[in-house]
Design a protein around this ligand. Structure first.
Ligand SMILES: Cc1cc2nc3c(=O)[nH]c(=O)nc-3n(C[C@H](O)[C@H](O)[C@H](O)COP(=O)(O)OP(=O)(O)OC[C@H]3O[C@@H](n4cnc5c(N)ncnc54)[C@H](O)[C@@H]3O)c2cc1C
Length: 428
Protein backbone atom coordinates (compact mmCIF):
# COMPACT_ATOMS: atom_id res chain seq x y z
CA UNK A 1 0.00 0.00 0.00
CA UNK A 2 1.22 3.49 -0.78
CA UNK A 3 1.97 5.58 2.26
CA UNK A 4 0.81 8.82 0.73
CA UNK A 5 2.16 10.98 3.55
CA UNK A 6 -1.19 12.73 3.63
CA UNK A 7 -1.85 15.71 5.81
CA UNK A 8 -4.63 14.84 8.27
CA UNK A 9 -5.26 18.56 8.76
CA UNK A 10 -7.95 19.06 6.17
CA UNK A 11 -10.79 21.54 6.55
CA UNK A 12 -13.15 18.58 6.18
CA UNK A 13 -11.61 16.74 9.13
CA UNK A 14 -11.84 19.95 11.17
CA UNK A 15 -15.57 20.28 10.43
CA UNK A 16 -16.77 16.66 10.64
CA UNK A 17 -17.46 14.40 13.58
CA UNK A 18 -15.95 10.99 12.97
CA UNK A 19 -17.16 9.52 16.25
CA UNK A 20 -15.29 6.64 17.86
CA UNK A 21 -12.92 4.57 15.69
CA UNK A 22 -14.41 1.35 14.36
CA UNK A 23 -12.89 -1.95 15.47
CA UNK A 24 -10.22 -3.74 13.48
CA UNK A 25 -10.70 -7.32 12.38
CA UNK A 26 -9.76 -9.93 14.96
CA UNK A 27 -10.27 -13.65 14.57
CA UNK A 28 -12.27 -15.29 11.83
CA UNK A 29 -15.26 -13.55 10.26
CA UNK A 30 -17.63 -14.90 7.61
CA UNK A 31 -19.78 -12.99 5.13
CA UNK A 32 -21.27 -13.44 1.70
CA UNK A 33 -19.29 -10.48 0.36
CA UNK A 34 -16.12 -8.74 1.52
CA UNK A 35 -15.57 -5.21 0.19
CA UNK A 36 -11.96 -4.00 0.29
CA UNK A 37 -11.61 -0.20 0.66
CA UNK A 38 -13.71 2.27 2.65
CA UNK A 39 -13.86 5.14 0.17
CA UNK A 40 -17.12 6.05 -1.53
CA UNK A 41 -16.93 3.20 -4.03
CA UNK A 42 -16.61 0.61 -1.27
CA UNK A 43 -19.05 2.31 1.08
CA UNK A 44 -21.80 2.61 -1.54
CA UNK A 45 -21.26 -1.00 -2.58
CA UNK A 46 -21.56 -2.12 1.06
CA UNK A 47 -24.66 0.01 1.68
CA UNK A 48 -26.43 -1.19 -1.45
CA UNK A 49 -25.55 -4.84 -0.79
CA UNK A 50 -26.82 -4.58 2.79
CA UNK A 51 -30.02 -2.91 1.60
CA UNK A 52 -30.55 -5.93 -0.66
CA UNK A 53 -30.19 -8.31 2.28
CA UNK A 54 -26.64 -9.53 1.50
CA UNK A 55 -24.29 -10.09 4.46
CA UNK A 56 -21.31 -7.82 3.87
CA UNK A 57 -18.04 -6.97 5.62
CA UNK A 58 -15.97 -3.93 4.61
CA UNK A 59 -12.24 -3.67 5.31
CA UNK A 60 -10.68 -0.20 5.45
CA UNK A 61 -6.90 0.05 5.81
CA UNK A 62 -6.99 3.33 7.79
CA UNK A 63 -10.12 5.33 8.58
CA UNK A 64 -13.35 5.50 6.58
CA UNK A 65 -12.92 7.92 3.64
CA UNK A 66 -9.29 8.55 4.50
CA UNK A 67 -8.44 8.55 0.78
CA UNK A 68 -9.74 10.78 -2.01
CA UNK A 69 -13.35 10.35 -0.89
CA UNK A 70 -12.88 12.40 2.27
CA UNK A 71 -10.54 15.07 0.89
CA UNK A 72 -11.82 16.06 -2.57
CA UNK A 73 -13.37 19.20 -4.04
CA UNK A 74 -16.91 18.11 -3.23
CA UNK A 75 -18.32 18.85 -6.72
CA UNK A 76 -21.06 16.44 -7.77
CA UNK A 77 -22.00 16.46 -11.45
CA UNK A 78 -22.95 14.12 -14.29
CA UNK A 79 -20.31 12.53 -16.51
CA UNK A 80 -16.93 10.81 -16.18
CA UNK A 81 -13.30 11.87 -15.88
CA UNK A 82 -13.10 11.16 -19.62
CA UNK A 83 -14.90 13.56 -21.98
CA UNK A 84 -18.03 12.20 -23.65
CA UNK A 85 -16.57 12.83 -27.13
CA UNK A 86 -13.86 10.29 -26.48
CA UNK A 87 -16.28 7.84 -24.85
CA UNK A 88 -18.56 8.01 -27.91
CA UNK A 89 -15.60 7.65 -30.27
CA UNK A 90 -14.76 4.38 -28.58
CA UNK A 91 -18.16 2.76 -28.03
CA UNK A 92 -20.54 4.68 -30.34
CA UNK A 93 -23.10 7.32 -29.44
CA UNK A 94 -25.87 5.00 -28.22
CA UNK A 95 -23.62 3.16 -25.78
CA UNK A 96 -22.15 6.51 -24.66
CA UNK A 97 -25.67 7.82 -23.99
CA UNK A 98 -26.43 4.79 -21.81
CA UNK A 99 -23.18 5.32 -19.88
CA UNK A 100 -23.92 9.00 -19.38
CA UNK A 101 -27.37 8.09 -18.08
CA UNK A 102 -25.75 5.85 -15.47
CA UNK A 103 -23.62 8.76 -14.26
CA UNK A 104 -26.77 10.87 -13.99
CA UNK A 105 -28.28 8.20 -11.74
CA UNK A 106 -25.13 8.48 -9.62
CA UNK A 107 -25.63 12.23 -9.18
CA UNK A 108 -29.32 11.77 -8.35
CA UNK A 109 -28.47 9.03 -5.86
CA UNK A 110 -26.07 11.28 -3.95
CA UNK A 111 -28.61 14.11 -3.97
CA UNK A 112 -31.34 11.81 -2.64
CA UNK A 113 -29.21 10.18 0.07
CA UNK A 114 -28.29 13.64 1.35
CA UNK A 115 -31.88 14.92 1.21
CA UNK A 116 -33.15 11.90 3.13
CA UNK A 117 -30.19 11.61 5.50
CA UNK A 118 -28.77 15.03 6.37
CA UNK A 119 -29.55 18.01 4.09
CA UNK A 120 -26.86 20.13 5.78
CA UNK A 121 -24.21 18.09 3.91
CA UNK A 122 -25.14 19.90 0.70
CA UNK A 123 -23.35 23.23 0.45
CA UNK A 124 -24.57 24.81 -2.77
CA UNK A 125 -26.31 24.32 -6.12
CA UNK A 126 -25.00 24.48 -9.68
CA UNK A 127 -21.62 24.57 -11.42
CA UNK A 128 -20.26 27.46 -13.44
CA UNK A 129 -17.57 26.47 -15.95
CA UNK A 130 -15.65 29.56 -17.12
CA UNK A 131 -13.28 29.92 -20.06
CA UNK A 132 -10.07 31.90 -19.79
CA UNK A 133 -9.99 32.95 -23.42
CA UNK A 134 -12.82 34.56 -25.36
CA UNK A 135 -14.71 32.11 -27.56
CA UNK A 136 -18.49 32.33 -27.30
CA UNK A 137 -19.00 30.10 -30.33
CA UNK A 138 -16.98 27.23 -28.93
CA UNK A 139 -18.74 27.45 -25.58
CA UNK A 140 -22.19 27.58 -27.17
CA UNK A 141 -21.38 24.64 -29.44
CA UNK A 142 -20.21 22.52 -26.50
CA UNK A 143 -23.41 23.30 -24.57
CA UNK A 144 -25.59 22.48 -27.60
CA UNK A 145 -23.79 19.19 -28.18
CA UNK A 146 -24.29 18.03 -24.59
CA UNK A 147 -28.01 18.91 -24.85
CA UNK A 148 -28.43 17.21 -28.21
CA UNK A 149 -26.48 14.04 -27.49
CA UNK A 150 -27.00 13.51 -23.78
CA UNK A 151 -30.00 15.61 -22.77
CA UNK A 152 -27.71 17.59 -20.46
CA UNK A 153 -29.20 21.05 -19.96
CA UNK A 154 -26.78 23.93 -19.40
CA UNK A 155 -27.10 27.69 -19.73
CA UNK A 156 -24.75 29.95 -21.65
CA UNK A 157 -23.50 33.06 -19.82
CA UNK A 158 -21.87 35.87 -21.79
CA UNK A 159 -18.91 37.88 -20.54
CA UNK A 160 -21.02 40.36 -18.54
CA UNK A 161 -23.14 37.61 -16.96
CA UNK A 162 -20.04 35.57 -16.18
CA UNK A 163 -18.25 38.46 -14.50
CA UNK A 164 -21.37 39.47 -12.56
CA UNK A 165 -21.01 36.13 -10.73
CA UNK A 166 -17.22 35.73 -10.77
CA UNK A 167 -15.64 39.14 -11.03
CA UNK A 168 -12.32 38.67 -12.78
CA UNK A 169 -10.95 39.86 -16.10
CA UNK A 170 -9.40 36.44 -16.49
CA UNK A 171 -12.77 34.96 -17.42
CA UNK A 172 -14.82 35.44 -20.55
CA UNK A 173 -17.86 33.25 -21.26
CA UNK A 174 -19.15 30.41 -19.08
CA UNK A 175 -21.69 27.62 -18.84
CA UNK A 176 -23.96 26.97 -15.89
CA UNK A 177 -25.01 23.41 -15.05
CA UNK A 178 -28.08 23.47 -12.79
CA UNK A 179 -28.04 19.69 -12.26
CA UNK A 180 -24.72 19.85 -10.37
CA UNK A 181 -24.23 20.72 -6.70
CA UNK A 182 -21.48 20.70 -4.11
CA UNK A 183 -21.18 19.20 -0.67
CA UNK A 184 -19.01 18.23 2.32
CA UNK A 185 -17.54 14.95 1.03
CA UNK A 186 -16.25 13.62 4.35
CA UNK A 187 -19.56 14.16 6.11
CA UNK A 188 -21.28 12.50 3.15
CA UNK A 189 -19.00 9.44 3.31
CA UNK A 190 -19.48 9.14 7.08
CA UNK A 191 -23.24 9.30 6.57
CA UNK A 192 -23.10 6.53 3.93
CA UNK A 193 -20.99 4.45 6.36
CA UNK A 194 -23.57 4.94 9.13
CA UNK A 195 -26.42 4.03 6.77
CA UNK A 196 -24.54 0.88 5.69
CA UNK A 197 -24.16 -0.16 9.33
CA UNK A 198 -27.82 0.52 10.03
CA UNK A 199 -28.66 -1.73 7.08
CA UNK A 200 -26.52 -4.53 8.58
CA UNK A 201 -23.05 -4.13 6.99
CA UNK A 202 -20.04 -4.68 9.28
CA UNK A 203 -17.33 -2.04 8.79
CA UNK A 204 -13.77 -2.42 10.07
CA UNK A 205 -11.06 0.25 10.24
CA UNK A 206 -7.26 -0.09 10.53
CA UNK A 207 -7.71 -3.44 8.82
CA UNK A 208 -5.81 -3.53 5.52
CA UNK A 209 -6.41 -6.66 3.48
CA UNK A 210 -2.88 -8.07 3.20
CA UNK A 211 -3.48 -11.05 0.95
CA UNK A 212 -6.39 -12.77 -0.77
CA UNK A 213 -6.42 -16.49 -1.48
CA UNK A 214 -8.81 -18.97 -3.00
CA UNK A 215 -10.47 -21.07 -0.31
CA UNK A 216 -12.84 -23.76 -1.58
CA UNK A 217 -15.41 -22.00 -3.73
CA UNK A 218 -14.80 -18.67 -1.96
CA UNK A 219 -12.03 -16.36 -0.81
CA UNK A 220 -9.95 -15.83 2.31
CA UNK A 221 -8.73 -12.31 3.07
CA UNK A 222 -5.93 -12.05 5.60
CA UNK A 223 -5.50 -9.02 7.84
CA UNK A 224 -2.98 -8.39 10.59
CA UNK A 225 -5.35 -9.53 13.30
CA UNK A 226 -7.56 -12.05 11.56
CA UNK A 227 -9.24 -13.36 8.47
CA UNK A 228 -12.43 -12.75 6.52
CA UNK A 229 -13.98 -15.58 4.50
CA UNK A 230 -16.42 -14.60 1.81
CA UNK A 231 -17.96 -16.08 -1.31
CA UNK A 232 -17.26 -12.87 -3.23
CA UNK A 233 -14.79 -9.99 -2.97
CA UNK A 234 -15.17 -6.44 -4.32
CA UNK A 235 -11.96 -4.39 -4.73
CA UNK A 236 -12.43 -0.65 -4.25
CA UNK A 237 -8.91 0.44 -3.29
CA UNK A 238 -8.26 2.98 -6.08
CA UNK A 239 -4.53 3.64 -6.58
CA UNK A 240 -3.75 3.26 -2.88
CA UNK A 241 -2.95 -0.42 -3.18
CA UNK A 242 -1.76 -1.77 -6.51
CA UNK A 243 -0.81 -5.24 -5.33
CA UNK A 244 -3.90 -6.62 -3.56
CA UNK A 245 -5.56 -7.33 -6.92
CA UNK A 246 -3.01 -7.52 -9.71
CA UNK A 247 -5.23 -7.14 -12.78
CA UNK A 248 -6.60 -3.76 -11.68
CA UNK A 249 -3.46 -2.74 -9.74
CA UNK A 250 -1.31 -2.76 -12.86
CA UNK A 251 -4.00 -0.91 -14.82
CA UNK A 252 -4.22 2.07 -12.49
CA UNK A 253 -2.00 5.13 -12.19
CA UNK A 254 -1.84 7.27 -9.05
CA UNK A 255 -2.24 10.97 -9.78
CA UNK A 256 -1.98 13.53 -6.97
CA UNK A 257 -4.01 16.72 -6.82
CA UNK A 258 -4.28 19.50 -4.25
CA UNK A 259 -6.72 21.58 -2.24
CA UNK A 260 -6.19 24.70 -0.12
CA UNK A 261 -8.65 26.54 2.14
CA UNK A 262 -8.18 30.18 3.13
CA UNK A 263 -9.10 31.94 6.31
CA UNK A 264 -12.57 33.58 6.30
CA UNK A 265 -12.51 36.34 3.70
CA UNK A 266 -14.22 39.67 3.25
CA UNK A 267 -14.36 39.84 -0.54
CA UNK A 268 -16.59 40.93 -3.38
CA UNK A 269 -15.18 39.02 -6.35
CA UNK A 270 -16.80 35.59 -5.96
CA UNK A 271 -20.47 36.49 -5.85
CA UNK A 272 -21.97 33.05 -6.34
CA UNK A 273 -22.43 30.11 -3.98
CA UNK A 274 -22.18 27.68 -6.93
CA UNK A 275 -19.20 25.50 -7.67
CA UNK A 276 -16.82 27.15 -10.16
CA UNK A 277 -14.11 25.86 -12.43
CA UNK A 278 -12.11 27.33 -15.27
CA UNK A 279 -10.70 26.05 -18.50
CA UNK A 280 -7.20 25.52 -17.20
CA UNK A 281 -6.96 21.95 -18.42
CA UNK A 282 -5.58 20.53 -15.25
CA UNK A 283 -7.57 22.36 -12.70
CA UNK A 284 -8.66 25.46 -10.89
CA UNK A 285 -11.93 24.49 -9.32
CA UNK A 286 -13.19 26.30 -6.29
CA UNK A 287 -16.14 27.34 -4.17
CA UNK A 288 -16.99 29.30 -1.07
CA UNK A 289 -17.32 27.17 2.06
CA UNK A 290 -18.80 29.38 4.74
CA UNK A 291 -16.77 32.56 4.07
CA UNK A 292 -13.59 30.69 3.17
CA UNK A 293 -12.35 29.98 -0.33
CA UNK A 294 -11.73 26.28 -1.02
CA UNK A 295 -9.39 26.07 -4.02
CA UNK A 296 -8.42 22.91 -5.88
CA UNK A 297 -6.01 22.43 -8.71
CA UNK A 298 -2.74 21.14 -10.12
CA UNK A 299 -1.87 17.54 -10.72
CA UNK A 300 1.42 15.74 -10.28
CA UNK A 301 2.46 12.12 -10.27
CA UNK A 302 4.44 12.49 -7.08
CA UNK A 303 2.53 10.99 -4.22
CA UNK A 304 3.89 13.14 -1.40
CA UNK A 305 2.80 16.67 -0.68
CA UNK A 306 5.07 19.38 -2.04
CA UNK A 307 6.47 21.33 0.88
CA UNK A 308 5.41 24.70 -0.56
CA UNK A 309 1.87 23.59 -1.36
CA UNK A 310 0.06 26.47 0.40
CA UNK A 311 2.16 29.08 -1.41
CA UNK A 312 1.64 27.42 -4.76
CA UNK A 313 -2.13 27.26 -4.34
CA UNK A 314 -2.22 30.88 -3.17
CA UNK A 315 -0.32 31.95 -6.30
CA UNK A 316 -2.95 30.20 -8.45
CA UNK A 317 -5.79 31.94 -6.56
CA UNK A 318 -4.18 35.35 -6.89
CA UNK A 319 -3.52 34.90 -10.59
CA UNK A 320 -7.32 34.78 -11.02
CA UNK A 321 -8.32 37.12 -8.18
CA UNK A 322 -5.46 39.56 -7.49
CA UNK A 323 -7.73 41.70 -5.30
CA UNK A 324 -7.81 38.97 -2.64
CA UNK A 325 -4.50 40.42 -1.44
CA UNK A 326 -2.63 38.06 0.77
CA UNK A 327 -5.12 35.63 2.32
CA UNK A 328 -3.87 33.28 4.98
CA UNK A 329 -4.07 29.62 3.97
CA UNK A 330 -5.45 27.74 6.98
CA UNK A 331 -5.44 24.27 5.39
CA UNK A 332 -3.65 22.67 2.42
CA UNK A 333 -3.56 19.02 1.49
CA UNK A 334 -3.01 16.48 -1.25
CA UNK A 335 -5.10 13.55 -2.41
CA UNK A 336 -4.51 10.63 -4.72
CA UNK A 337 -6.80 9.72 -7.56
CA UNK A 338 -6.65 6.52 -9.58
CA UNK A 339 -6.73 6.68 -13.38
CA UNK A 340 -6.90 3.93 -15.97
CA UNK A 341 -5.25 4.64 -19.31
CA UNK A 342 -8.60 5.22 -20.96
CA UNK A 343 -9.65 7.61 -18.13
CA UNK A 344 -12.81 5.55 -17.54
CA UNK A 345 -13.71 3.59 -14.38
CA UNK A 346 -12.73 -0.06 -14.15
CA UNK A 347 -15.92 -1.97 -13.32
CA UNK A 348 -16.07 -5.71 -13.85
CA UNK A 349 -15.48 -9.23 -12.63
CA UNK A 350 -13.23 -12.23 -13.30
CA UNK A 351 -16.23 -14.56 -13.13
CA UNK A 352 -14.62 -16.32 -10.14
CA UNK A 353 -16.26 -14.24 -7.43
CA UNK A 354 -13.80 -11.30 -7.64
CA UNK A 355 -15.28 -7.93 -8.63
CA UNK A 356 -13.87 -4.43 -8.96
CA UNK A 357 -15.19 -0.88 -9.02
CA UNK A 358 -12.27 1.52 -9.14
CA UNK A 359 -10.28 4.14 -11.15
CA UNK A 360 -12.88 6.89 -10.94
CA UNK A 361 -10.22 9.55 -11.53
CA UNK A 362 -11.08 13.16 -10.79
CA UNK A 363 -14.80 12.63 -11.33
CA UNK A 364 -15.76 10.21 -8.59
CA UNK A 365 -18.53 11.78 -6.54
CA UNK A 366 -21.28 10.58 -8.86
CA UNK A 367 -19.45 7.66 -10.50
CA UNK A 368 -18.53 5.92 -7.23
CA UNK A 369 -22.26 5.93 -6.38
CA UNK A 370 -22.99 4.52 -9.83
CA UNK A 371 -20.25 1.88 -9.42
CA UNK A 372 -21.50 0.80 -5.99
CA UNK A 373 -25.05 0.41 -7.25
CA UNK A 374 -23.91 -1.59 -10.30
CA UNK A 375 -21.84 -3.91 -8.08
CA UNK A 376 -24.69 -4.51 -5.65
CA UNK A 377 -27.20 -5.12 -8.43
CA UNK A 378 -24.82 -7.55 -10.13
CA UNK A 379 -24.00 -9.53 -6.99
CA UNK A 380 -27.41 -9.51 -5.32
CA UNK A 381 -29.65 -9.73 -8.39
CA UNK A 382 -27.39 -11.02 -11.21
CA UNK A 383 -28.09 -7.81 -13.09
CA UNK A 384 -25.58 -7.33 -15.90
CA UNK A 385 -25.68 -3.59 -16.54
CA UNK A 386 -22.10 -3.38 -15.22
CA UNK A 387 -21.13 -4.96 -18.57
CA UNK A 388 -21.54 -1.57 -20.20
CA UNK A 389 -17.99 -1.01 -18.91
CA UNK A 390 -16.56 -4.09 -20.63
CA UNK A 391 -15.05 -2.00 -23.48
CA UNK A 392 -13.02 -0.18 -20.80
CA UNK A 393 -11.24 -3.13 -19.29
CA UNK A 394 -8.06 -3.14 -17.19
CA UNK A 395 -5.04 -2.54 -19.44
CA UNK A 396 -1.48 -2.14 -18.21
CA UNK A 397 -1.01 1.53 -17.31
CA UNK A 398 2.68 1.57 -18.13
CA UNK A 399 4.18 1.41 -14.62
CA UNK A 400 6.74 4.19 -14.07
CA UNK A 401 6.62 5.05 -17.80
CA UNK A 402 2.91 5.66 -17.44
CA UNK A 403 3.64 8.15 -14.70
CA UNK A 404 6.17 9.98 -16.83
CA UNK A 405 3.54 10.13 -19.57
CA UNK A 406 0.96 11.65 -17.22
CA UNK A 407 3.41 14.28 -16.00
CA UNK A 408 4.50 15.15 -19.53
CA UNK A 409 0.85 15.35 -20.59
CA UNK A 410 0.18 17.78 -17.74
CA UNK A 411 3.06 20.06 -18.74
CA UNK A 412 1.80 20.00 -22.31
CA UNK A 413 -1.70 20.97 -21.12
CA UNK A 414 -0.24 23.84 -19.07
CA UNK A 415 1.65 25.07 -22.11
CA UNK A 416 -1.52 24.95 -24.25
CA UNK A 417 -3.44 26.86 -21.57
CA UNK A 418 -0.88 29.64 -21.62
CA UNK A 419 -0.88 29.86 -25.42
CA UNK A 420 -4.72 30.01 -25.56
CA UNK A 421 -4.81 32.70 -22.89
CA UNK A 422 -2.02 34.73 -24.52
CA UNK A 423 -3.82 34.59 -27.88
CA UNK A 424 -7.04 35.70 -26.18
CA UNK A 425 -5.19 38.52 -24.39
CA UNK A 426 -3.94 39.80 -27.76
CA UNK A 427 -7.41 39.53 -29.27
CA UNK A 428 -9.15 41.29 -26.37
C1 LIG B 1 -7.99 16.53 -4.12
C2 LIG B 1 -9.06 15.83 -4.90
C3 LIG B 1 -10.15 16.55 -5.39
C4 LIG B 1 -11.17 15.88 -6.08
N1 LIG B 1 -12.30 16.60 -6.41
C5 LIG B 1 -13.37 15.93 -6.93
C6 LIG B 1 -14.59 16.63 -7.14
O1 LIG B 1 -14.75 17.82 -6.81
N2 LIG B 1 -15.62 15.95 -7.73
C7 LIG B 1 -15.49 14.64 -8.09
O2 LIG B 1 -16.45 14.07 -8.65
N3 LIG B 1 -14.36 13.93 -7.84
C8 LIG B 1 -13.31 14.55 -7.26
N4 LIG B 1 -12.16 13.85 -6.98
C9 LIG B 1 -12.12 12.42 -7.27
C10 LIG B 1 -12.83 11.58 -6.21
O3 LIG B 1 -12.51 12.04 -4.92
C11 LIG B 1 -12.43 10.10 -6.36
O4 LIG B 1 -12.67 9.69 -7.70
C12 LIG B 1 -13.21 9.17 -5.44
O5 LIG B 1 -13.24 9.66 -4.12
C13 LIG B 1 -12.59 7.77 -5.47
O6 LIG B 1 -13.22 6.97 -4.51
P1 LIG B 1 -12.68 5.50 -4.22
O7 LIG B 1 -13.58 4.91 -3.21
O8 LIG B 1 -12.50 4.80 -5.53
O9 LIG B 1 -11.20 5.70 -3.67
P2 LIG B 1 -10.66 6.29 -2.27
O10 LIG B 1 -11.57 7.32 -1.72
O11 LIG B 1 -9.24 6.68 -2.48
O12 LIG B 1 -10.76 5.04 -1.29
C14 LIG B 1 -9.92 3.91 -1.37
C15 LIG B 1 -9.85 3.36 0.04
O13 LIG B 1 -9.26 2.06 0.00
C16 LIG B 1 -8.48 1.89 1.18
N5 LIG B 1 -7.53 0.80 0.92
C17 LIG B 1 -6.50 0.77 0.07
N6 LIG B 1 -5.89 -0.43 0.12
C18 LIG B 1 -6.55 -1.17 1.02
C19 LIG B 1 -6.42 -2.51 1.51
N7 LIG B 1 -5.44 -3.33 1.07
N8 LIG B 1 -7.29 -2.95 2.45
C20 LIG B 1 -8.28 -2.16 2.89
N9 LIG B 1 -8.46 -0.89 2.47
C21 LIG B 1 -7.61 -0.42 1.54
C22 LIG B 1 -7.82 3.26 1.35
O14 LIG B 1 -7.36 3.46 2.67
C23 LIG B 1 -8.97 4.20 0.97
O15 LIG B 1 -9.73 4.60 2.09
C24 LIG B 1 -11.09 14.49 -6.33
C25 LIG B 1 -9.99 13.76 -5.87
C26 LIG B 1 -8.99 14.42 -5.15
C27 LIG B 1 -7.82 13.63 -4.64
Amino acid sequence: MIDANYSEQTWYEATADRGAPRPSVSGKIEAQVCVVGGGLAGLTTALELARRGVSVVLLEAKRIAWGASGRNGGFVSNGFAEGMDNVAARVGLDAAKALYQLTRHGTEYVRREIAEGDPTIKMGEGWQGCIRYSNADVKKAAIAEMARNYGQEMQFLDVAETRARVNTERYFQSSYDPSAFHMHPLRYALMIAAKAEQAGARLFETSPALAVERQGSGWSLRTKGGEVRAAQVVYCVSSLDRSIHRATGRAILPVATYVAVTESLVQDVIRTRSAISDSRRAGNYYRLVEERLLWGGAITTRVSEPSRLAERMKADMLSVFPSLGNPKIDYAWAGLMGYARHFMPLIGTDGQGQWWATAFGGHGMNTTAMGGILMARAIAAKDDEYRRFTPFGPQWAGGPFGRVGVQAGYWYMQLKDRLDERRSGKAA
